[in-house]
Design a protein around this ligand. Sequence first.
Ligand SMILES: *Cc1c(COP(=O)(O)O)cnc(C)c1O
Length: 401
Amino acid sequence: MSLANGRSYLAIPGPSVVPDAVLRAMHRAAPNIYTGELREMMPGIIADLKRVARTEAHCAIYIANGHGIWEAALANILSPGDRLLVPATGRFAHGWSDIARRLGAEVEILDFGKRDPIDAARVAEVLRADTEHRIKALPVVYVDTSTGIRNDIAAIRAALDETGHPALLLADCIASLACDPFEMDAWGVDVTIAASQKGLMTPPGIGFVWYNDRADAARETAGCVTHYWDWRPRTDPDQLYLYFDGTAPTHHLYGLRTALDMIHDEGLDRVLARHATLARAIWAALDAWGQGGPLEVNMADHAHRSHAVTAIRLGGDRADRLRHWCEFTGGVTLGIGLGMAEPGSPEAGGFFRIGHMGHVNAHMVLGTLGVMQAGLLACDIPHGPGALDAAAAVCAAADPG
Ligand SMILES: *Cc1c(COP(=O)(O)O)cnc(C)c1O
């Protein structure tokens, strides 16, 4: 028998749950792209995107998923043969590196493995050794969605400053924007990237690049920049095509407008506090289960855990069995493990992830954990007691303000 019929819940780390209000905003006839409401909406959308990234920098919007935005950010600053230093804490840093290599960059990966955050002191060592300042930029994944590790971006800025190295600092906030605290200007980030389908609660299809004047100076000589990825026309309000290199992503813009309203109506600080509390509730349950069995949060140190996504180790084929039960009998879809083991290897079924980004509340999180509790029992996976009580206690102690 399945108990899954009813409203299902997608708890994967992107695409995230799209709020009904966002879906309703998108359900409309096609608007005119040259004049009228859509065009008038654009300055407000751009101003609100800057507020979410906490920056005064320029903001370009592209019709693209995260992979496209990875390429957009690099194409505007790189020329073939330029050198990049990529500190890696999971699959996504390697994915961004692959795109850089295809653009002709020479990529040095500083790999911290899958269970440790970036060590800024080691980054500083590499920067110090680069006496000719050949390294053009450091693309850094703030939250690596495969490992759940949240890196200290300000510490990397400090490493650049203390070594006097002029490389640009790029931050991938695709998983984490409007979930984990991020301060583009205060942390000295030159280029920030994000996409619509995670913390921004809008379907996949549009992405964003915020860039400051230092990064735009690099654009001046960038040999990799192409017509489509050029960020300059996209920040020009006088463009016929309304900031887009062609037809605007009309319905996505209506959805995004509503999602940004939701974020600012709640207040960004409260949105971040909600994510922090719900993440702690999830960890409390996971830690309790782990006391009596093989379950383990991949990133041990809470200070380096993301509030948007948690990666979990179960070993054997237990994660696959648990996910299967939760999806087909419990109505909750958990995320697959990504980049933790070779696909098809005996270890591959031992990892999973919980997405807790964007439109997520206590009932969604406690419901997910309740289904997981049932799944652990049904799949005969050893686990400690008290997980649901522990998670409920975190929610109960939350500041009602
Ligand atoms: C999701 C994600 C990406 C890739 O986004 P796509 O839209 O799947 O191409 C890149 N980086 C991070 C950190 C992500 O979470």
